[in-house]
Design a protein around this ligand. Sequence first.
Ligand code: FE2
Ligand code: FE2
Length: 149
Amino acid sequence: MSAQSASELLQQQHRDIDFGIQGAMDGSSDQVELLRSLDLLRAHLHLEETVLFPALEGSVGLSIMVMEREHGLMWPLMESLAAACRGGASLESMEGDLDELFGLLQVHNPKEEQILYGVADEHAGLADALAAARLPEGWTCKAVQGRRV
Ligand SMILES: [Fe+2]
Ligand SMILES: [Fe+2]
């Protein structure tokens, strides 16, 4: 049995991602910390799209479509910020993308927590499946996969 419930694990990730992005926005952290949060966001989107959403599809399919579309809006911002971090760009130069990504998360995350995470805990085995999942190299979110086809 996993120590955390599915909703606890996913909500903790929301808080950790927010914290890292806020730190970059207010200058209290650095590019290494920001990159760690962006990597966590990537892993979080993977968990949602490959483990959580398929388990909930029957009950809240329409909400899942909206969430996946919003992941598609976050993805290019996440990619360009990660590239900027790796390239040694200043946090000031990332301000616009950071604001935009943080704004998207503040609209997206509460909806997920209210609509999807509540039902997630009713699914036996989901917490363990989330804990066991690993992000494959080169994985992209569904909305972006769709754009490339
Ligand atoms: Fe999400
Ligand atoms: Fe989420």
